[in-house]
Ligand binder design. Structure first.
Ligand SMILES: N[C@@H](CCC(=O)N[C@@H](CS)C(=O)NCC(=O)O)C(=O)O
Length: 217
């Protein structure tokens, strides 16, 4: 059987989310870098694999899957040593899913709304409305962590790897999280995630690319 392959770009938060999930599972994966800055995702061979031409994209012995959180769920179900990263228990799984959807439809979207125009559309300042919107969302995340060590309970799940991947991008831009004590505490826990250093390095490069285009105050 061919090794599991991940088409990956370290600067991409979703891509790092899939990467961190594979690492947390302890799965050995082949990485193929798709450099988005060089538009490598638009190569014919990649579009044939994934017509939506986005990273991350997984190739598990010919089974092709994209969407980082779908990849994390699939890998955990198929290769997880146990169900701790993605519980089989209906209610615990539902909470993990809720956090994953929160990430994909709130947190990541707000971060992207801030960073993409700066990276690709010549925007040089972060509008107050976008700043406030992200801070409101971070307030929700902080609340989830009120009585919980990890974002979906007492142990680390793929909701943590996914949310850490998103959050690390905006932290690398220099976002102030001093008013979110639970997030700060949780981020300390995240330092023990397998693949944390490589992932954070990718976020750093992303943060530098964004900051380079920001008007200095
Ligand atoms: N919801 C998707 C988002 C994937 C996504 O937007 N990937 C971007 C990089 S952050 C990409 O590959 N963009 C290149 C393109 O769409 O051509 C996921 O979680 O995987």
């Amino acid at each position: 059987m061919a090794p599991v392959k991940l088409y990956h770009f370290p600067l991409s938060a979703p891509s790092r989310g899939a990467y961190l999930a594979a690492k947390a599972i302890g799965l050995s994966i082949d990485i193929e870098i798709v450099d988005l800055f060089k538009k490598e995702q638009l190569k014919e061979s990649f579009i044939k694999l994934n017509p939506q031409h986005c990273v991350p994209t997984l190739d598990d012995d010919g089974f092709i899957l994209w969407e980082s959180r779908a990849i994390a769920c699939y890998l955990s179900d198929k290769y997880g040593k146990d169900d701790s990263l993605y519980p089989k228990d209906l209610k615990r799984r539902a909470v993990v899913n809720q956090r994953l959807y929160f990430d994909s439809s709130f947190l990541y979207v707000k971060i992207r709304a801030i960073c993409y125009p700066i990276l690709f559309q010549g925007v040089t300042e972060i509008a107050k409305v976008l700043k406030d919107d992200l801070n409101t969302t971070l307030g929700f995340l902080d609340k989830f962590l009120d009585n919980s060590k990890w974002v979906a309970g007492d142990n680390c799940t793929i909701a943590d790897t996914s949310i850490y991947a998103s959050l690390s991008s905006i932290l690398a831009v220099g976002w102030d999280i001093s008013t979110f004590p639970n997030i700060q505490r949780w981020l300390k826990e995240c330092e023990q995630l397998p693949g944390y250093e490589e992932s954070t390095e990718g976020a750093k490069l992303f943060g530098e690319a964004v900051r380079k285009n920001l008007k200095q105050k």
